[in-house]
Design a protein around this ligand. Structure first.
Ligand code: LHQ
Length: 258
């Protein structure tokens, strides 16, 4: 059974973490396969939105801890540099929207992979745990970068030091998530968001993503220049032409991601 299930349908790449007996904890094979799938998403022009979720009752419990102590495992020296760091950078640099649909517990690197995604939605039963300190580690997979930017220094410090479990409703209130849905309708509602995004002006969504990311290190003046640059690029797309034509003709636009 593959540790990652992968399909592309109607412009949506579905990536499903698939080690349900281990709450979809990552081993090396799964981490490398995830990177491969993200590369396909980046390079395949058919893909206009990436949808990541977990199989079973968890989203992802982070690193498979059995592998960490396995003498034949990759060893501490490789786990960040070859597994999680490339995953986070791939998600962030992918020029298409990446949705994390959190269907259950997201712990350790699993929580921080979720937070690296562009739109994070969850079901009511989902939870987030910065589990690292409980085993004597610091938060990795970009968590020390993303979490304070989402919820502030104080709350990040508390969550990262205490390793408390945060239920989806509290995560929403703190600003970690976009929306939560009741468990029964979660899959359908999550898919609706993916379908909507897959029909939007894809290149422009990529420019929005990059502009927001780059704002983290920019002055207002530099950000204004950057907006100008990306706006010129957005205005040069076929989808912009279509958007304006459709508006003036009072019809729904048909965006092709071009
Ligand atoms: C697991 C795991 C798991 C293996 C559940 N591994 N089996 C970077 C640098 C280098 C090294 C280390 O890692 C990292 C990045 C990281 O991600 S560090 C953080 C690693 N993750 C954790 O510390 C979380 C460990 N898991 C838990 O604390 C709990 O499982 C949570 C709170 C996530 C869920 O609790 P429960 O709902 O009570 O489920 P459970 O504990 O019964 O787990 C179900 C099964 O999944 C169980 O197996 P079993 O055979 O007993 O049914 C667990 O052993 C297995 N599992 N997480 N990370």
């Amino acid at each position: 059974m593959s540790s990652i299930l992968f399909t592309i349908e109607s412009g949506i790449a579905n990536i499903v973490f698939n080690r349900p007996d281990k709450l979809n904890a990552f081993n090396r094979e799964m981490a490398l396969s995830f990177q491969e799938k993200l590369d396909i998403c980046a390079n395949d022009t058919e893909v206009r939105c990436v949808f990541i979720t977990g199989n079973g009752k968890g989203f992802c419990a982070g690193q498979d801890l059995a592998e960490v102590v396995d003498p034949n495992g990759p060893g501490m020296g490789k786990i960040l540099s070859e597994h999680y760091n490339p995953i986070i950078l791939r998600i962030r640099s992918l020029s298409k929207p990446v949705i994390a649909a959190i269907n259950g517990v997201a712990a350790g690197a699993g929580a921080n992979i979720a937070l690296a995604c562009d739109i994070v939605i969850a079901n009511h039963s989902a939870s987030f745990i910065q589990a690292f300190s409980k085993i004597g580690l610091i938060p990795d997979s970009g968590g020390s970068y993303t979490l304070p930017r989402l919820i502030g220094y104080q709350r990040s410090t508390a969550l990262m030091m205490l390793g408390d479990k945060v239920m989806a409703a509290d995560a929403l209130q703190m600003g970690m998530l976009y929306k939560i849905f009741p468990d029964e309708i979660f899959e359908a509602e999550a898919k609706k968001i993916a379908v909507t995004l897959s029909k939007m002006p894809t290149k422009t969504l990529g420019y929005i993503k990059y502009a927001l990311q780059e704002s983290a290190g920019n002055s207002l003046a530099s950000q204004l220049e950057l907006e100008d640059e990306y706006q010129q690029k957005a205005a040069a797309t076929m989808d912009f032409k279509e958007g304006v034509e459709a508006f003036l003709a009072k019809r729904a636009p048909i965006f092709k991601g071009e």
